[in-house]
Design a protein around this ligand. Structure first.
Ligand SMILES: [Zn+2]
Length: 433
């Protein structure tokens, strides 16, 4: 109950500094608090009241856990979706990976964008295989919310997220990672929008015919072609956010010029700290902010820690025979063979690569804040899509460690609200206008 009230109060934007008021202001602050809550209850036709004991508790909201739990926290990207499809995991139980409902609640998460990821090498860069792979993942996310409405609710708008958070439940949203599943047909953008998808990136690690990837040779010169530009227009028209994580530099700039709505990066870091092509340079971060968008920083050491990517490449070479062997010995389908390869990578990276902590993630957040301000930064973990995590932010349950580090560096409670989810809510509202 208290948890829910905190979410409601956060939604109502009650001044969080009320605890610093001098004594004569306390009755007035309490009156404003009650009036705002009353208005909220009327708006949403709920019948919540604010017991005196809980008002008292709110005045103690200066510790990291309380601040974190009160804020609406939105993770823009996790690949747990593939676990739901390939491993048939029960997300309501405590699992062995990076993410599940139990630990999401422990970590004070409120909304998760599930990545609908089609690996082109396994399922095709288009065609029926890619469409089926995306559709299967969407069906699995929807089934999760239908089977466990007491925990998960499907969300497609900022208002949905605020409502679901105020009810103490988890909001499930979807984003398409790489435009392979639209199969070069413009009508499929609307099809996926209607299925609940609320962001899409043009390409993942393999370029499409209409957009370049940051990861392959062809992407180094490929931007958006005319079809690609029409995809961006259609996304703008529908109210689907345009995600630039993974695209090539040329595609990035073509998107910035083509989009009439704010542009987002759902899981990227800063190139000026970790110089990898997958990250954003300062000009790109400035352009995203100018569009009114948000840069959501990922939690993956390879794109956060300088030099880590080179070390990882060396380890990848050394363990290649073991990875290959695990794949061959796995008797399941292509998705299970990938799981077997990733298992070896996870074990070997943990043993052979240096640990990286949440402080490095906050270095990236700091950099963006210094460059463009606190209104343009968010988070996108990439949980269950990476084979290494931060040492003290290894699963969703550790999310309060991010808030602790932000507080340690002097971020205010309202800044933290924006970073954890407030900025994303603003962009969703703007894009859906
Ligand atoms: Zn990704």
């Amino acid at each position: 109950m208290l948890f829910q009230l905190r979410k409601i109060l956060n939604r109502c934007a009650i001044p969080v500094t009320h605890r610093k008021f001098p004594p004569p202001c306390i009755p007035l602050a309490a009156a404003i608090l009650l009036l705002t809550l009353f208005t909220y209850c009327r708006m949403t036709q709920k019948t919540k009241t604010l017991p005196a004991a809980e008002q008292e508790d709110l005045s103690k909201s200066n510790d990291p856990i309380t601040i974190h739990k009160r804020a609406i926290a939105i993770d823009m990207h996790a690949d747990t979706t593939q676990r739901l499809v390939d491993e048939k995991v029960d997300l309501t139980q405590r699992l062995d990976g990076h993410f599940d409902s139990v630990r999401a609640r422990e970590g004070g998460l409120d909304a998760q964008f599930f990545s609908i990821w089609v690996e082109p090498e396994l399922f095709g860069g288009g065609g029926p295989g890619a469409i089926k792979r995306a559709d299967d993942q969407i069906a699995t996310v929807r089934a999760l919310t239908e089977r466990h409405p007491e925990i998960w609710q499907l969300a497609t708008t900022a208002a949905d997220i605020r409502r679901i958070a105020s009810e103490g439940k988890l909001a499930a949203l979807m984003g398409l990672e790489g435009g392979y599943a639209i199969d070069e047909r413009i009508e499929n953008v609307k099809r996926y929008y209607q299925m609940g998808v609320r962001y899409m990136s043009a390409a993942w690690s393999v370029s499409t015919s209409w957009a370049g990837s940051s990861n392959d040779q062809v992407g180094q010169t490929r931007g958006l072609n005319d079809f690609g530009k029409s995809v961006i227009s259609e996304m703008n028209r529908l109210g689907m956010m345009v995600d630039v994580s993974h695209v090539s530099d040329k595609t990035f700039w073509d998107i910035i010029h083509a989009s009439t709505k704010p542009v987002i990066a759902t899981h990227s870091g800063c190139r000026s700290i970790a110089n990898v092509r997958r990250n954003l340079d300062d000009q790109m971060i400035l352009a995203i902010a100018k569009s009114g968008g948000v840069v959501c920083v990922l939690f993956y050491p390879e794109f956060l820690e300088p030099g880590w990517s080179e070390k990882k490449k060396q380890v990848d070479n050394e363990i290649a025979p073991r990875v290959q062997k695990a794949s061959q010995e796995e008797k399941g389908d292509i998705a299970h063979k990938k799981l077997a390869r990733d298992r070896v990578r996870r074990e070997e990276y943990a043993k052979r690569l240096p640990p990286v902590g949440v402080a490095r993630l906050v270095d990236h957040i700091d950099h963006i804040v210094k460059l463009v301000g606190v209104a343009y930064v968010g988070i996108g973990s990439d949980f269950d899509g990476v084979q290494a995590t931060l040492s003290d932010l290894a699963t969703v349950a550790d999310l309060p460690n991010l808030t602790r580090e932000l507080l340690r560096r002097g971020y205010s409670e309202s800044d933290i609200d924006k970073i954890l989810g407030g900025n994303v809510l603003r962009v969703m509202e703007e894009v859906q206008k």
